[in-house]
Design a protein. Structure first.
Length: 317
């Protein structure tokens, strides 16, 4: 059995998984039912890995894609060692910043550990499994466009929007549909059109909430930061804030459904700031989850804001 665990909230994660699925089905002729698709976020990644590696019978391969290494993931090392002894091959493809000591440890414990912050995860997966495959290359190109914000292709933005719309346990089957479509190069299925129609109404409603919930704060030695929240992805909120308030120094979007925070900034080390809340990511964009974010009055928790502002000052570039 092949098990793929990928980041569930973006095109880079699902695109990586689609390339993996394509490789094993089209090159290795593995039957689809022997390829299991798992989806994770940083808040439940450890539990997903434990559910796979704590079994009596381990998979032949466990392939992790588009997930960085948060500090508390260290507790997985004994399971990786066990898998190594039991001949379960673990592959990890990533592009997030990871400390050099952790990289070395992962390379010792895993069959393959590849991390390149200059590429998106789908590009790294494509280069490893299907470097000459036209569909894999197209998936990787769209994933890079979405992940690096180069905005070359409208389809990249649309695919990303559909993926963000289909997060959560209730929409697991829809995420599998997306991976299946991508893996065969079906980027324009009518199903995507139906999804886009549904999410357009949802996004318009939630963006109205974003505009109502905006707060702007002046930070000493930095400038103004802007924060908002709604029942929509934190990355979507942060991106919208950056587009409409380009002069601000930091953008913080809160997905009030899951108490998840996404930070964008070219002036603050977002990864190190997010690590203070057991999160992680990239230098100019990162995220974390915290339980005390939106209070009963539907306001951002005052204690969190005070703490966040104090922590920002430590990581101003």
């Amino acid at each position: 059995m092949i098990i793929s665990i990928t980041h569930e909230v973006d095109l880079d994660g699902l695109g990586s998984q689609a390339i993996i699925k394509r490789y094993f089905e089209k090159v290795k002729y593995i039957e689809p039912q022997k390829i299991r698709l798992y989806f994770a976020q940083y808040t439940n990644f450890k539990e997903k890995v434990k559910s796979v590696l704590n079994r009596e019978e381990l998979p032949e391969k466990l392939i992790i894609s588009d997930l960085g290494f948060n500090d508390d993931f260290n507790e997985l090392f004994p399971l990786f060692k066990k898998a190594q002894i039991m001949d379960c091959k673990i592959f990890w493809f990533d592009h997030h910043i990871v400390d050099s000591k952790i990289r070395l440890k992962l390379k010792q414990l895993l069959s393959v550990y590849l991390n390149n912050k200059k590429k998106c995860a789908a590009e790294i997966v494509k280069d490893y499994f299907l470097p000459e495959d036209p569909i894999a290359n197209e998936i990787a190109e769209y994933a890079r466009d979405s992940d690096f914000g180069t905005n070359k292709y409208k389809i990249s933005e649309e695919l990303q929007s559909v993926i963000a719309f289909n997060r959560g346990i209730k929409k697991l089957s829809n995420r599998k549909h997306i991976v299946n479509f991508l893996s065969v190069g079906n980027f324009l299925d009518v199903w995507f059109d139906q999804q886009l129609e549904s999410l357009k109404i949802w996004e318009e409603r939630e963006i109205q909430k974003v505009t109502r919930n905006i707060k702007i704060y002046g930070i000493e030695n930095l400038g103004e930061i802007i924060i908002s929240f709604a029942k929509i992805g934190g990355g979507k909120i942060a991106k919208w804030l950056k587009q409409h308030y380009p002069e601000k120094k930091l953008y913080l979007g809160i997905d009030s459904r899951y108490n998840e925070v996404i930070i964008y900034s070219d002036y603050v080390d977002c990864r190190e700031l997010a690590r203070q809340y057991h999160g992680g990511g990239h230098r100019n964009r990162a995220g974390f989850k915290i339980s005390t974010l939106i209070n009963k009055r539907n306001e951002i928790d005052k204690k969190f804001l005070e703490d966040f502002v104090l922590k920002i000052l430590k990581y101003v570039d």
